[in-house]
Ligand binder design. Structure first.
Ligand SMILES: NC(=O)c1ccc[n+]([C@@H]2O[C@H](COP(=O)([O-])OP(=O)(O)OC[C@H]3O[C@@H](n4cnc5c(N)ncnc54)[C@H](OP(=O)(O)O)[C@@H]3O)[C@@H](O)[C@H]2O)c1
Length: 224
């Protein structure tokens, strides 16, 4: 897996106005990222999961949408590789994060981006549980990704890894906010939940490399 360090070094230039965004997710041959929207599935194999943890360790922060947290109750830490746990960032416009979630039990508490219209009792409760609440004026009731990225930069985040789920991946790609991509393809079809992509323009991937990791195929490249 030495290719990962080489690729990261080659594609590591950080934009001026926001963190460098790396999108990483796993899909099956038919483009499914889980069985059903609220039903998780370990899409990638053991070796690719190790690779994803190595990638986590190379980023300052890791971001997911609230529906992934509700569906998977993930830890989003570095368990299968050496390195520090990244700061977890959750897009949760209405502060739906359950107090029982594993992310609130971790030592490093999550940062939650929500819209300014959330009831203050929700932010007080999650704040007491240790989460950092970042309220912002939203766009169509959801977190404004451009503003959020600027804020993350001000908070010292230089490298951000976006892990999902489908709606968040679609939003980052649709807003051309992905600098580089590590896509893991598992050689099977499940006809499950797919990314609800809505691109305004084609996004050609450049500098493409293809690697075999266990049974999976890993595609690496950059958009900018
Ligand atoms: N295969 C993989 O690599 C992988 C990785 C991660 C997840 N998954 C799977 O993905 C599925 C969950 O994906 P999902 O599409 O249902 O949800 P998601 O992308 O995890 O979360 C979407 C939610 O994030 C919130 N959000 C806030 N601001 C947003 C913005 N600007 N753009 C987009 N979302 C914003 C919205 O909820 P509010 O309006 O309430 O804020 C939105 O409904 C699960 O099945 C999970 O297992 C797969």
């Amino acid at each position: 897996m030495e290719f990962l360090d080489r690729w990261l070094a080659e594609t590591g230039s950080v934009p001026n106005d926001r963190p460098l965004v790396t999108l990483s997710y796993a899909q099956t041959l038919d483009g499914s990222i889980s069985l059903r929207r609220d039903q998780p599935l370990a899409v990638s194999g053991e070796q690719s999961q190790i690779l994803a943890h190595k990638l986590r360790a190379k980023h300052d922060a890791i971001l997911v949408g609230i529906r992934t947290v509700l569906a998977d109750d993930p830890q989003l830490n570095v368990r299968l590789a050496d390195g520090e746990n990244p700061q977890v960032v959750i897009l949760d416009s209405n502060l739906r994060l359950p107090l029982s979630s594993k992310l609130l039990k971790a030592k490093k508490k999550p940062w939650i981006f929500c819209t300014s219209s959330v009831p203050s009792e929700n932010s007080v409760t999650l704040g007491k549980a240790g989460a950092r609440i970042e309220k912002q004026a939203g766009v169509s009731g959801q977190v404004d990704l451009h503003k959020m990225l600027r804020r993350l930069k001000d908070l010292g985040i230089r490298g951000l890894m976006v892990e999902g789920g489908g709606q968040v991946i679609a939003a980052f790609l649709g807003n051309s906010l992905v600098d580089r991509l590590m896509l893991t393809i598992s050689p099977r079809m499940i006809d499950g939940y797919k990314i609800p992509l809505d691109l305004k323009q084609p996004l050609p991937l450049m500098g493409v490399r293809v690697e075999h990791v266990g049974e999976d195929i890993v595609i690496l490249g950059k958009f900018h």
